[in-house]
Design a protein around this ligand. Structure first.
Ligand code: ASP
Length: 409
């Protein structure tokens, strides 16, 4: 049986087992969760998180050294960031529009008096962007600060290219380091079906059904917006920009999406999503290793969709109507908030506080959606990493043309 099939079986059985235990035997769920589901999930998460920092370092360094020409890096960087910004803005607009049409906040009773949410101090996006150059790379590695690791790796890769022969031994080390990491990803992924099972059983089993029912309409709007964005925005980007069959794209990328779904973390899924893009979608290593780690850190379309829907939902519950100017503010701040969202579980919700404050909506409103956010986090993370892969495919296809043109000249 293929690994992808096994992962999907793990995902479905995890959901069924979690749901049945939640309905029929919450006590048994408690015991099984402590001694079986949580350990399985945790071991799997640790195993893949263990590989993230070295993979980002080796692959980006090798990718940049492989590109050789700094101009090419600039062109790829520009295309990547433009793709990320445009698709994120489209994502928020889809979320806002759907929430305004379906009006999930106007149906049902929501207890605004009981809604509490202590806004954690979220790092401001400006601060994150200004700090992308690490003063101490070792600290960046130790803290897993992705943007800083990316910048340091770009410098190292560039230096290796410029030094040429002098650093050929170093290039070998990076090449072999990269091969070693890819080997380890394959090894760790053998455990994925069991890890996925544990993670999903915990997530589904610990959610109360009444909470899910009460928030059903809100959840459906988010999920619908995610599906529309995947099919239309990514589907057309893949079809028109990358000239690739969207069905094949989704089919080949599905295993990575299911890992994102179960881990709720773009960062943790990175090793798998890069491998899938390189092996299945045939994106060159030098492009995948630049676009995808960057995307896992700053490109969060699924998160942006949730933030758009949640803002309108909270406005509706509190009986506030937003002016067109305020809607534009929401789009702009949500783009920034999704850039600032780290690729780990639950951060999108913390960054939502920034969006709400920008239009003076009560941050306490987050308390209303807190309970069911764990489930939506799974779905939006799957979309987050799909956007990165669609971008990698687009960049690789358009770069191919560039190479052909050069050859023809
Ligand atoms: N869990 C998301 C991710 O890692 C971020 C978020 O929306 O909370 O992509």
């Amino acid at each position: 049986m293929k690994l992808a099939t096994k992962i999907i079986i793990g995902l479905i059985t995890g959901a069924i087992v979690g749901l049945l235990l939640n309905i029929f035997s919450p006590d048994l769920f408690g015991t099984l969760n402590t001694f079986l589901f949580t350990p399985l999930g945790k071991i799997f998460l640790n195993l893949i998180n263990m590989l993230v920092v070295p993979i980002v370092f080796f692959s980006i360094t090798l990718g940049v050294a492989g590109l050789g020409d700094p101009k090419k890096l600039g062109r790829i960087g520009f295309k990547t960031i433009a793709f990320f910004l445009v698709t994120t803005a489209i994502a928020i607009i889809i979320g806002l529009a759907l929430a305004m049409i379906i009006q999930p906040g106007n149906v049902g009773n929501f207890d605004t008096a009981g809604a509490k949410f202590e806004a954690e101090e979220a790092p401001s996006t400006a601060e994150t962007l200004l700090n992308i150059v690490p003063t101490n790379p070792i600290k960046a590695f130790a803290e897993g600060n992705m943007l800083q690791i990316i910048v340091f790796s770009i410098f190292v890769g560039y230096g290796i290219t410029m030094l040429g022969k002098k650093s050929s031994a170093l290039l070998n080390v990076v090449e072999q380091g990269n091969d070693l990491m890819m080997f380890l990803v394959n090894l760790v992924m053998k455990f994925a079906p069991y890890g996925t099972f544990g993670l999903i059983a915990t997530a589904v089993g610990s959610q109360g059904l009444p909470a899910i029912k009460a928030m059903g309409l809100y959840m459906s709007v988010v999920v619908l917006a995610l599906i529309i964005h995947a099919i239309f925005t990514y589907g057309s980007a893949v079809f028109f920009l990358a000239k690739y069959n969207p069905l094949t794209f989704f089919k080949k990328f599905a295993p990575a999406m299911s890992v994102a779904f179960s881990t709720s973390s773009s960062n943790a899924t990175l090793p798998v999503s890069m491998e899938t893009a390189q092996k299945e979608l045939k994106v060159p290593e030098s492009i995948s290793s630049f676009v995808q780690p960057l995307g896992a850190t700053i490109n969060m379309d699924g998160t942006a969709i949730m933030q758009g829907v949640a803002t309108i939902f909270i406005a509706q519950v509190y009986g506030v109507s937003l002016s067109p100017m305020e809607l534009v503010t929401v789009v702009l701040t949500a783009v920034l908030a999704s850039i600032g969202t780290a690729g780990v579980p639950g951060v999108g919700l913390i960054m939502l506080a920034m969006v709400l404050s920008s239009v003076n909506l009560p941050v306490a409103g987050i308390g209303l959606i807190l309970g069911i956010d764990r489930l939506l986090d799974m779905a939006r993370t799957a979309i987050n990493i799909t956007g990165d892969a669609a971008c990698a495919l687009y960049v690789s296809e358009t770069e191919k043309k560039h190479m052909n043109l050069k050859e023809e000249n």
